[in-house]
Design a protein around this ligand. Structure first.
Ligand code: SF4
Length: 729
């Protein structure tokens, strides 16, 4: 399959039109225009300004990812006899795509111990079962996991329930994506979120994009890059993989770009996998050696500079060049661009965070940015490019293992409850506890916990040792069929545009949107809030600390959020007038860093150990164009020119060096597992590295985590290849 010459463009439009044909043009248009936040990525659009409208009021702000998610929710219900006809083994034989398109879930489903079929049960039976099992499991043997799909309101109730039950074993999917950004930024500048607002990008004259592929995963950001280039600004892309959409992209909403394409990267650097940190240290060294840093800013607004400077000085150029894989001339060139720019933004994604040194890489980004005071003021700053539409909001409302002190104090004072202060479990810690047989109840609010885990064999063992696994879901995914416990319960929920009352979501720019909700497309599914409130009423019957009946009302929860969540005070106005707002204190201004000292902190960081044996490659797991997180909508990956997913993409030099041939079958092996009959394909990727598709390649990723953020190294697995001599039919 041949890759196109640009990302986006007519192919993206044609894809959206095909989806519209499937579900009905008018219906899809009407659904997209409702005042609900986009269901997909955390760039965000929609809400009270209207569907496909961004916070600046621009229309049409939409992409095919958004259409994909909407179309999936608009499909018919799962057939009545679907679960009677398909036992668990047959469901396991289905692809992620087939499961997703089996239809919307409309009834509670129970897979009882020893049974082969999910069977429908009533809502009352489901609630009784959940409450009985939760009580039996108790706080020490239950964990609570949420994906970024859920609303702030559902997330708030979810974590409140866990805290009232007496546990901090509560977390969200960011532990498998951007937690290193939160920890790295928090330890450097006192806030774990990006420091920018969308409108700041209008002033950027240099954007450094590291380890990210927004052309596939956050398509609307491409317009911002196009505009930076049109203004005469620069975009430096740092990525071991040459991604087509980062070279040239046709922005569908811009006629000139759609017709002729827009050049995105003005400089494209392909470092070694994991070599970004060495590159950032090299860039800092270059700036320091030229004495071009802003000493006045550093003296006034930062601390620990001397230790950082000494560490950088002691790190040799040879080591920097060897580990980064970037030559001195290129480092000089990037430093020149950095030093001549007025407003620099550095954005990154999981190419940075999915390493065992992910947090240190984020700290290195901050270090470099601080050298010229490019963080802590408007128009410049740092931008972790986040995944799911409300992953940031869930963190804000407390779906995290350790509640921040300010929030904890408010909870205790205003609600009169004692919040547990025992150490919580991050996501991998929950899996490890499950693997040890220490968990009886896993409460999964959306997502696909099983599918998003590294080390699939380990995840399978861990989930199967849990007594009861509960999923709240709109459609089927591989988690429901592989991530089963001794018994597994699925409760069907409404997506945000079918919620009976408004909900809120927070974007990666810390902009809180209000979604109106809308008419449910089916009878049967319930809102997440109504499910959690119903469970709360039964679980805490006779306990008058919280009025769970009252919390069936979204506005009652929103009042609590306004009172209890620091930065969300403006929610009060949203309640009155539906006015959306930016979370207070996130866009750091006038160098007022929210740290104890009020100063930003440099970190002195040695280079990590990234050695590999001669016959090993460093494997990066990636998402494809037709995919959102673990949901695979399409088997083909248009931009990378791949018609199938059982492939390993390699540099031609490695194919030759290892004595292989394109389209040859190999077994890919790592310390965690192996994948047989994988097709070798040539690709423009830095030699020494390889690409395979997530989540299938999770089999190969060990479950070791970055010690600081607890994020697994999904983009840094050492693999070897073995030629297969038998070709499967
Ligand atoms: S870029 Fe993200 S927020 Fe915007 S339309 Fe696409 S999926 Fe939705």
């Amino acid at each position: 399959m041949k890759a196109p010459r640009s990302g986006g463009g007519w192919k993206a439009i044609k894809y959206s039109l095909t989806l519209a044909n499937k579900v009905g043009w008018w219906k899809l248009w009407k659904s997209m225009r409702t005042r609900n936040a986009c269901k997909t990525c955390a760039v965000g659009m929609g809400g009270q300004k209207g569907g496909m409208v961004n916070e600046a009021g621009l229309f049409p702000e939409v992409c095919k990812k958004s259409f994909q998610a909407m179309a999936a929710d608009m499909q018919p219900a799962v057939a009545n006899d679907f679960f009677a006809k398909n036992n668990i083994d047959q469901l396991r034989a289905m692809s992620s795509r087939k499961l997703e398109y089996s239809g919307r879930l409309t009834q509670p489903l129970l897979l009882s111990p020893g049974e082969k079929h999910y069977k429908p049960i009533s809502w009352d039976e489901a609630f009784d079962l959940v409450v009985e099992r939760l009580k039996a499991a108790g706080p020490e043997r239950t964990f609570y996991y949420a994906s970024g799909r859920s609303s702030n309101e559902a997330g708030f109730l979810f974590q409140l329930m866990s805290r009232l039950m007496g546990t901090n074993f509560v977390n969200n999917c960011s532990f498998y994506c951007h937690q290193a950004s939160g920890v790295g930024l928090g330890s450097s500048i006192g806030t774990g979120a990006g420091t920018l607002r969308l409108e700041d990008l209008d002033h950027t004259d240099l954007y450094i994009l590291i380890g990210a592929n927004p052309s596939s995963n956050h398509p609307r950001l491409m317009k911002a890059f196009m505009e930076i280039r049109r203004r005469g600004g620069k975009v430096i892309v740092v990525n071991p993989v040459k991604e087509l959409g980062l070279v040239n992209f046709k922005v569908p909403s811009d006629v000139r770009s759609l017709l002729f394409g827009s050049s995105i990267a003005s400089t494209y650097v392909q470092p070694h996998v994991g070599g970004d940190m060495a590159l950032l240290i090299g860039l800092s060294k270059e700036v320091l050696e030229r004495n071009a840093h802003d000493q006045a800013f550093i003296d006034a607004h930062t601390e620990n500079f001397d230790a950082f400077k000494q560490q950088v000085t002691e790190t040799s150029w040879d080591d920097i060049i060897a580990q980064s894989g970037v030559d001195r001339e290129t480092i000089r060139n990037i430093a020149d661009q950095y030093l001549s720019a007025k407003n620099v933004v550095i954005g990154w994604c999981m190419g940075i965070t999915h390493h065992l040194h992910g947090t240190n890489s984020v700290q290195s980004i901050v270090n470099f940015s601080l050298l010229r005071g490019m963080v802590g003021r408007r128009k410049a700053g740092l931008m972790p490019i986040r995944g799911h539409s409300n992953v940031q909001g869930l963190g804000s409302v407390g779906v995290v293992p350790g509640m921040k002190q300010a929030m904890l104090e408010r909870f205790e004072k205003q609600l009169g409850i004692k919040v547990p202060t025992t150490p919580g479990y991050d996501t991998m810690a929950c899996m490890e506890a499950s693997h040890r047989g220490e968990i009886d109840f896993a409460f999964c609010l959306g997502g696909n916990l099983f599918g998003s885990n590294p080390d699939t064999k380990y995840a399978l063992e861990a989930m199967s040792r849990i007594k009861t696994v509960l999923y709240l879901s709109t459609t089927l995914n591989t988690g429901h069929v592989w991530g089963t416990g001794e018994e597994t319960l699925i409760l069907p929920v409404l997506p945000r545009d079918e919620e009976p009352e408004p909900t809120t979501q927070e974007s990666m720019f810390s902009y809180v949107r209000m979604s109106d909700g809308g008419k449910s497309r089916f009878t049967g599914p319930r809102s997440e809030v109504s499910i959690l409130a119903a469970i709360g009423q039964k679980l805490f019957a006779g306990d008058d600390r919280i009025d769970w009946k009252k919390l069936e009302s979204h506005s009652a929860i929103q009042e609590l959020i306004a009172d209890l969540i620091p930065g969300y005070e403006n929610m009060k106005e949203t309640l009155q007038s539906h006015k959306e707002f930016h979370v207070t204190g996130r866009a750091v201004e006038e160098y007022n860093f929210p740290t104890e000292s009020g100063k930003a902190k440099f970190h002195a960081l040695p280079l990590p150990d990234l050695s590999v044996a001669e016959n090993e490659l460093r494997l990066i797991t990636i998402r494809s164009e037709g995919q959102f997180n673990s949901v695979v909508y399409d088997e083909e990956d248009i931009y990378r020119g791949q018609e199938r997913r059982d492939v390993i993409l390699m540099n031609r030099a490695d194919i030759d060096r290892l004595g292989l041939k394109p389209d040859q079958r190999v077994k890919v092996k790592s310390e965690a597992g192996e994948m047989p009959y994988i097709l070798v394909r040539e690709f423009d990727i830095r030699a020494g590295s390889a690409l395979m598709y997530y989540p299938e390649a999770n089999v190969l990723v060990p479950h070791t985590v970055d010690p600081l953020s607890k994020t697994p190294g999904f983009k840094s697995t050492r693999v070897t290849l073995e030629v297969e001599d038998v070709i499967p039919n």
